[in-house]
Design a protein around this ligand. Sequence first.
Ligand code: MG
Length: 168
Amino acid sequence: MFKNFLPDHMFERFDDVTPEFLLEQDIKYLLIDIDNTLAPYEEALPNERVVNWFAELEKHGIKSVLVSNNHADRVELFNSKLGLPAFADCHKPSPKRLAEYAKTIGAEIEKTSALGDQIFTDVWGAKKIGARAIIVPPIRDKKTLFFRFKRWLEKPFIRKYKKLHKEK
Ligand SMILES: [Mg+2]
C-alpha cells in the first residue's frame, strides 16, 4: 500500500526531467499534470520554458498527454499554445479515465510515467494503472487550509523517497 504513494523519481522542476533521463529509464510516454507542475494556477498560458521542454520531448520521440483535474476552459486555453492531446476533469487518482487517456497516445504502460506535484492524485493515479510516477514540488501552492493539510499528509512519502534514494 505504502508504495502506491511513493514516487519513482523526484526533480526540482518539470524541465529537469530531460529526454535523456527519460530514455535512460525507458520512459517513452508521459501523463502530465498542469497546475503547479507546469505552471501556477494563475498563469493561463505556458511560458517559454514549458514550450521549449515539450519541443525537446517531441524531438526525442517522447509522447505526452496533459491530464488535469481542472476544468476544460483552463486546460483548453493552456493547451492552445501546445497542441497536445489534453483532458480536463480527469478525476485523478481514479484509474479508469487515466488508462483511457494513456491509450490516446498509444502508451505502453510499462514505458509510461506520470509527472505531477501531488502524491494523492498524480502518484497514486499512476500507480493504480501500473505506470511510474515522477514528482516535482508544487510551483506555488494555494494557501488554503485544505491544501496545507494535503501537503502535510504527503510528507511521510516524500521523506521515504528521499531516504530510499540517499541509501543507493
Ligand atoms: Mg497539480
